[in-house]
Design a protein around this ligand. Structure first.
Ligand SMILES: *Cc1c(COP(=O)(O)O)cnc(C)c1O
Length: 391
């Protein structure tokens, strides 16, 4: 048996240093629990990185993957596959739009690249995106990402992209003109520290973009697939966007992204406009269909909304906590001091996995199958770490 130390030292000798060096190596998991190569157990409050929407080794997903891998692992997009069609049909029903059409990709960045290319086919070039937003790391998606530290080393990026303040309709009103092809926005800015806009913000953007004929692109890569208590994370605003992008939780832990275009924008792509060799892989689509089936039959969206309330109530009792924000099972714990990274390290040494997207926010994005006992275990360990900072 190898040790964490051995794996990490080999990691340093063989992998690029773009992620920074991890401290443990994970080997297996079930539900919300994972074990490292030395057999230490952790409670996974991140579910991969908001990807394993039903946790690890969910039996329905395991069955779907293994059955499909015995039948066919890949068909090119020269041919149709029932899983791909069934998943697209299912996603369409969540949009309530008969005219919606789906393009499958492998990741969030690719889904947003597809949206960006789609917007060019409106004949316009300008894009409005949000400061603090995150849409991926490829050159197009990075151009949309409103975080200068990630952008600066890679300039020049795409031109004609205007960054405006998130949750500010006044700025949006000035920026969104008839020359703007698309506006891209997350229902909650996950990577920016789980920043939730005011009620009425997304519907305000919808109103503005409707007037100028601009595509409203909702990046639901992190908020999607039931995590925030609804399929995409914008439904409480009562809007119909032009484009929805998905990835992370969509494939139930397998790589899968989607760009869903609604209404008139659904017919902008024509044969030859875009493509992806692996996009809409039948195994990933089988996993996605299984995940959706379980989310529906076990009412996991409702459960996410319930756990949100108890997490907010209990975590905000700790004096070090300034506020607990987010929706469903996408939660940001804002601390009164910039110690989030250190705090996460302390949690890990007590067997809890979470992460710190910013210096004062701890992000929780557990699988929707997390149990009440596991939530209580987390709250207890959180409290243990929190009191050490109160002295
Ligand atoms: C993670 C994320 C992406 C990028 O997804 P990748 O699969 O890493 O390319 C895009 N948008 C949002 C909102 C995300 O959270």
């Amino acid at each position: 048996m190898s040790t964490n130390k051995e794996v990490i030292s080999d990691w340093q000798l063989s992998l690029q240093n773009n992620y920074g060096t991890p401290t443990i190596a994970l080997s297996n998991g079930i539900g919300c629990e994972v074990w490292d190569v030395e057999g230490n157990r952790y409670l996974d409050l991140l579910s991969g990185i908001a990807t394993n929407i039903l946790g690890h080794a969910n039996p329905e997903i395991v069955r779907a993957i293994s059955e499909q891998s015995k039948a066919l692992s890949h068909v090119s997009n020269f041919y149709a596959h029932p899983n791909v069609v069934n998943l697209a049909k299912k996603l369409k029903t969540f949009t309530n739009d008969e005219s919606a059409r789906v393009f499958f990709a492998n990741s969030g960045a690719e889904a947003n690249e597809a949206a960006l290319k789609l917007s060019r086919l409106t004949g316009r070039k300008k894009v409005v995106a949000m400061k603090g937003g995150f849409h991926g790391r490829t050159m197009g998606a990075l151009s949309l990402t409103g975080q200068s530290a990630k952008q600066i080393p890679f300039k020049p990026l795409l031109s004609d992209i205007k960054m405006i303040a998130f949750n500010d309709l006044k700025e949006a009103r000035k920026a969104i003109t008839k020359k703007v092809a698309m506006v891209i926005v997350e229902p909650i800015q996950g990577e920016n520290g789980v920043v939730v806009p005011d009620a009425g913000y997304l519907s305000g953007l919808r109103e503005l973009t409707e007037k100028t004929g601009t595509l409203l692109v909702i990046d639901a890569v992190q908020t999607g697939m039931g995590r925030t208590g609804s399929w995409f994370g914008y439904e409480s605003e009562g809007i119909v966007p032009d484009v929805i992008t998905l990835a992370k939780g969509l494939g139930g832990g397998l790589p899968l992204g989607a760009m869903i275009a609604l209404g008139k924008s659904a017919s902008l792509f024509e044969p030859g406009s875009h493509g992806s060799t692996f996009g809409g892989n039948p195994i990933s689509c089988a996993a996605a269909l299984a995940a959706i089936r379980v989310i529906e039959t076990d009412n996991l969206q409702e459960k996410a909304r319930e756990i949100e309330l108890s997490l907010k109530l209990e975590l905000s009792k700790n004096p070090i906590v300034s506020t607990v924000r987010g929706k469903g099972l996408l939660i940001g714990v804002l601390l009164k001091k910039p110690i989030a990274r250190e705090f996460v390290g302390e949690l890990q040494s007590r067997g809890i996995l979470a992460n710190a997207p910013t210096q004062d926010v701890i992000r929780l994005a557990p699988a929707l199958v997390i149990s009440q006992e596991q939530i209580e275990e987390f709250i207890q360990k959180f409290k243990e770490v929190a009191v050490t900072y109160e002295r």
